[in-house]
Design a protein. Structure first.
Length: 274
């Protein structure tokens, strides 16, 4: 989600929503299905598979399970998922080009289940990937975990961004600032904005019942990105590799619940269950 779009949602939606246990249960159901969809894709993230085929698989999986892909026809977007390869930061559009040995690809899925949105993304290594790509994936996954660990009542959204930025930059990587996490539930993009950089104490105070995504985009090179002429695909300006992991979380009295954990235990590459 771009910061521009997030700002518009702030004005449109008013106060940050606080959800109860029934909403949390609904989000667990939606999030688990979205995570299961990503689990299903593990054997397909191999050389020769097209991202167009991956998109078809997600649509079939959603419909077979009584869900709807939230991105399909969203603001003119024509696909059921986003597939962002190598230097594509986010919002890569599926096409007929096959994945190649050594690619890294982020697959981002949001499924609507009974009106609730489960939003998650995960990185996949295609065949044997380079050591620098492995390192980027490891840093990005750990950055997400540190952001999640900062979710506590009384902290602010700035605590999340600061934890991510501090770690990523210490690992000589950069944090993309053009896109952010977002509130969701029965609305796809809502308050609060979750920046993946910043200072502790900045932003809204976290309160039990808030639901939002944390989805840091980490680059091996500089943080600068540009959006291509299709209006969706964002790429690194220096064409260095970029990676992203995303979870949807809900703030509790003592920390947070993660709604989008992998049912198969496929948390980060290589995807070995357990």
């Amino acid at each position: 989600m771009s910061n521009v779009e997030a700002t518009r949602s702030l004005t449109r939606d008013g106060a940050i929503k606080l959800h109860g246990r029934e909403a949390f249960a609904a989000m667990h159901k939606a999030g688990r299905l979205a995570a299961a969809a990503l689990d299903m894709l593990v054997p397909y993230a191999v050389p020769g598979t097209t991202t167009e085929r991956i998109d078809e698989l997600i649509l079939e999986f959603a419909l077979d399970n009584g869900a709807i892909p939230a991105t399909l026809n969203y603001r003119g977007y024509r696909h059921s998922t986003c597939t962002s390869i190598n230097h594509v930061v986010c919002h890569g559009m599926p096409n007929a080009k096959p994945l190649r040995e050594g690619d890294i690809v982020n697959i981002d899925v949001t499924l609507i289940v009974d009106g609730w949105h489960g939003d998650t993304s995960r990185m996949y290594g295609v065949g044997e990937i380079s050591r620098r790509a492995e390192r980027l994936l490891a840093v990005t996954y750990e950055a997400l975990q540190r952001g999640i660990a900062a979710v506590q009542p009384g902290h602010t959204t700035g605590h999340i961004g600061a934890a991510i930025q501090r770690y990523a930059e210490a690992e000589r990587c950069s944090v993309v600032e053009d896109f952010c996490g977002h509130g969701l539930g029965q609305v796809f993009h809502d308050r609060p904005n979750i920046l993946h950089y910043g200072r502790e104490g900045d932003g809204p105070v976290l309160k039990p019942g808030m639901i939002f995504t944390i989805e840091p985009m980490i680059n091996l090179g500089k943080k600068d990105v540009k959006v291509l002429a299709d209006g969706w695909t964002a790429v690194t300006r220096d064409r260095e590799l970029s990676a992203q992991f995303e979870h949807t979380v809900g703030v509790t009295e003592t920390g947070c619940e993660i709604f989008t954990l992998s049912p198969a235990g496929f948390h980060h590459p290589p995807y070995n269950a357990g």
